[in-house]
Design a protein around this ligand. Structure first.
Ligand SMILES: CC(C)(COP(=O)(O)OP(=O)(O)OC[C@H]1O[C@@H](n2cnc3c(N)ncnc32)[C@H](O)[C@@H]1OP(=O)(O)O)[C@@H](O)C(=O)NCCC(=O)NCCS
Length: 385
C-alpha cells in the first residue's frame, strides 16, 4: 500500500462571495495545483465534496470542474455527507491513493449558500438532519445543538460562560487568518449579550453560513519525493457513524461517530491523543467543540469546560484547538470545511501559517462531522522535515 501525502493546498476566502460556485471551486483548485508545483495533466482523478450545488444551479459538479481545468478525460466524483462532506470525501480520495489506484488526486470541497438568505439556508440545512424526526418537525441545527448543550450543561455543571470561551478563543485565532469569514475580536460579555438564537446558544455561539472552496493534492510518497516540493504525510484515517436522529442516541453529549473514527485513526497511526500537537475540530456551535475534544480523547468526559477555562486549548496551551479560527470564525462553507481543515494543517507544517503557527508541532489531527454527528471522519498528519 502507498504512503499518502499532501503535496499542495489552496483555499478561497470564506464568507459571502460573489463568484459562481464553479468560479470559487476553480480558484481553490488552481491554488492547490500551483502550490503542489504540478500540471493539471498530472491529476488522475478528481473528488469533489458539495451539498447544495442545486442552490447555485449546478449539480454533477465533478465533470464540470475537470472540463474547466482542461482535463475532461479525468474521472470525477461528487460526494455529499452534509457538513462532514469534505472529510468523508477526503477519506475516499485517501483510500484510492493508498490502494494504488491513483498516484495523484485533486480533492476539492466547495459550497455557495449565502445568496439564499438565512431563512432559506436554515430550511435547506435542515434537510441534512433526519427529516422525518427532526427537520420535518421544525427542528433546526441551532435548535438541535441547543438541546445537546442543555444536556451537557446539566450533566457536567458547565455554564454559558464556558460555551462563550470557545467562541472568544476561536475568534482570536481567526483574527490571524486572512481567509477567515468572521474576523472580529469578541469578549465573553459580547457572547453572553448577543441575541439568543436557540437558548442557551446565542449569535456568537453559532458558526455563520459561508461560501468558499478549499482544495488539496493527495499523492503517493514516491510522487511527492520526485516533485522535490515540501509535503506532509497522512498517517491515520478513520470513519464512524451514529444514529441519524439525536433521539436515537443513548447519550446526546457524546458523538459515537467521532469516537469510532478517532480510535481507528489513532490505531492506524500507532499513537494516542497525547501525541497530537494541535487539532482542527468541528465547532459548528461552541458546545460541539467541547464535546469533540472529549470524544477525541484530549480530555475526560465532562472535563473539557474546566480545561478551556484554564487556557488548555489556546494557541500556546497544552493542546491548541482550531488555530485556523475553526468553523466559528474561519467560517463553515459546508462542502469545503473538512478540506479546509487539511489546508490549515498543510500551511502549519510547511511554514505558511504566519502568526498562527503552532510552535514545534509535528503531528496534527482533523475532525469533521455531518449534521449532529451522524457521519464523521478523523485524519492524522505528520510533518515531514
Ligand atoms: C446565527 C445565525 C442564525 C445568524 O443569522 P442572521 O441573524 O440572519 O445573521 P445575519 O446574516 O443577518 O447577520 C447579522 C449580523 O451578525 C453577524 N453574524 C451572523 N452570523 C454570525 C455568527 N455565526 N457569528 C458571528 N457573527 C455573525 C453578521 O456579520 C452581521 O453583523 P453586522 O450586522 O455587523 O454586519 C445564522 O448564522 C445561523 O443559523 N448559523 C448556523 C448555521 C448552521 O446551522 N450551520 C450548520 C451547523 S451543523
Amino acid at each position: 500500500m502507498n504512503n499518502v501525502c499532501i503535496l499542495g493546498a489552496g483555499s478561497t476566502k470564506y464568507g459571502k462571495l460573489d463568484e459562481s460556485i464553479i468560479e470559487i471551486a476553480l480558484n481553490a483548485s488552481v491554488d492547490a495545483i500551483e502550490s503542489a508545483g504540478i500540471s493539471p495533466h498530472d491529476i488522475q482523478a478528481g473528488y469533489i465534496s458539495n451539498v447544495f450545488g442545486v442552490a447555485d444551479k449546478q449539480v454533477h459538479m465533478a465533470p464540470v470542474i475537470m472540463s474547466n481545468l482542461g482535463i475532461s478525460h479525468v474521472p470525477g466524483l461528487t460526494i455529499e455527507s452534509a457538513c462532514g462532506s469534505g472529510s468523508v470525501m477526503f477519506r475516499e480520495a485517501y483510500a484510492n491513493v493508498r490502494a494504488g489506484f491513483y498516484d495523484c488526486i485533486l480533492a476539492l470541497g466547495v459550497e455557495k449558500i449565502t445568496h439564499t438568505g438565512t431563512n432559506q439556508s436554515t430550511t435547506l440545512f435542515s434537510y441534512c438532519s433526519d427529516v422525518f424526526y427532526e427537520g420535518g418537525m421544525g427542528a433546526s441545527f441551532p435548535g438541535l445543538f441547543a438541546s445537546i448543550a442543555r444536556s451537557y450543561m446539566t450533566k457536567f455543571k458547565a455554564d454559558e460562560e464556558d460555551l462563550a470561551r470557545v467562541a472568544v478563543k476561536n475568534h482570536e485565532n481567526g483574527l490571524l487568518n486572512p481567509k477567515a469569514h468572521m474576523r472580529k475580536r469578541i469578549t465573553v460579555d459580547d457572547v453572553l449579550n448577543s441575541p439568543v438564537v436557540a437558548s442557551p446558544l446565542k449569535l456568537y455561539d453559532c458558526c455563520p453560513f459561508s461560501d468558499g472552496a478549499s482544495a488539496v493534492i493527495l499523492c503517493s510518497e514516491d510522487f511527492a519525493k520526485k516533485s522535490g516540493k515540501p509535503y506532509i504525510q497522512v498517517i491515520g484515517s478513520g470513519r464512524g457513524g451514529s444514529p441519524a436522529a439525536v433521539q436515537g442516541r443513548k447519550d446526546i453529549d457524546t458523538i459515537p461517530a467521532t469516537v469510532a473514527a478517532a480510535n481507528q485513526a489513532y490505531k492506524m497511526a500507532g499513537i494516542t491523543p497525547k501525541d497530537i500537537d494541535f487539532a482542527e475540530v468541528h465547532d459548528c456551535f461552541t458546545i460541539a467543540e467541547i464535546i469533540d475534544i472529549e470524544d477525541l480523547g484530549f480530555f475526560q468526559k465532562g472535563k473539557a469546560a474546566k480545561a478551556i477555562r484554564e487556557g488548555a486549548t489556546t494557541r500556546k496551551g497544552k493542546i491548541p484547538i482550531n488555530p485556523s479560527g475553526g468553523l466559528k470564525s474561519k467560517g463553515h462553507p459546508i462542502g469545503a470545511t473538512g478540506v479546509g481543515q487539511v489546508v490549515e494543517v498543510f500551511e502549519q507544517f510547511t511554514g505558511k501559517a504566519g502568526e498562527r503557527t503552532i510552535k514545534d508541532a509535528q503531528i496534527a489531527l482533523t475532525h469533521n462531522f455531518g449534521a449532529t454527528g451522524a457521519s464523521a471522519a478523523v485524519h492524522i498528519f505528520k510533518k515531514v522535515n
